[in-house]
Design a binder for this molecule. Structure first.
Ligand code: PGA
Length: 236
């Protein structure tokens, strides 16, 4: 399974280094074979060798240039980063990234062969508007994305479940994931208020290939516990 931590705007470089070193040690001890991704804040990116794959939460679709406040591909290359998160709801809804901009990022980093975790998910108003409106909204987030890209991972994260402690029912997750699986055969993660207490039941769902964890991943022992839960589930 794929277990990913989105550290968002948390943990300084020093704290991130400690986090990664601690997690590497825990994984070495448990001999976990799960795919583990960690996305630190941009200024906390560090070169990292080991089991954990460190990725970027964002980057501009250019090698370098006049894009104030952004970083480009050469800044990621300096840290050996070849994994990126694109389409996270906070970038879509708080930072106002459009589907068109996301497609540009996707295509640029696809050309460079990056592993791309591409996020989709509906706000509460769309979930409440009914199945058809909700699926139309989610379908639009797939527009322009090469769904046959070999290094693609999709993360379904309902916006209303992110950082709120709310989650869809297990049945809702399973049904929606099954629909999304019909659109694309890439691994499909669930994200939105995943924590140690619910990780097992979520990851046990047939159409869930892993989880993208925000708040609950900030505690390295909790994140490691979720990696161990994935390992246990795979053994069965
Ligand atoms: P959360 O965030 O686990 O804190 O809900 C998930 C995410 O934003 O990826």
């Amino acid at each position: 399974m794929i277990i990913a931590a989105n550290l968002k705007t948390n943990l300084t470089r020093k704290q991130t280094t400690e986090y990664l070193n601690t997690l590497e040690g825990l994984i070495q001890t448990s001999k976990s074979t799960q795919e583990v991704l960690v996305f630190p804040a941009t200024s906390s990116l560090i070169p990292h060798a080991g089991h954990i794959i460190v990725g970027a939460q964002n980057a501009y679709p250019a090698v370098n240039g006049a894009f104030t406040g952004e970083i480009g591909a050469e800044h990621l290359a300096e840290f050996g980063i070849t994994t990126i998160l694109i389409g996270h709801s906070e970038r879509r809804h708080v930072l106002g990234e459009s589907q068109e901009e996301l497609v540009k990022k996707f295509n640029f980093y696809k050309e460079l062969g990056f592993k791309i975790v591409y996020c989709v998910g509906e706000p509460l108003s769309l979930r409440e508007a009914g199945e058809e409106a909700m699926m139309e909204y989610i379908d639009a987030q797939y527009e322009g994305i090469d769904l046959s890209y070999e290094n693609l991972i999709i993360a379904y994260e309902p916006v209303w479940a992110i950082g709120t402690g709310l989650t869809p029912t297990l049945q809702d997750i399973e049904e929606l994931h099954a629909k999304l699986k019909e659109k694309c055969s890439a691994p499909l993660l669930y994200g939105g208020s995943v924590k140690v207490a619910n990780a097992k039941e979520v990851m046990a769902l047939k159409s869930v290939d892993g989880v993208l964890v925000g708040g609950a991943a900030l505690n390295v022992n909790d994140f490691n516990a979720m990696i161990n839960i994935a390992q246990e589930l795979e053994k069965k």
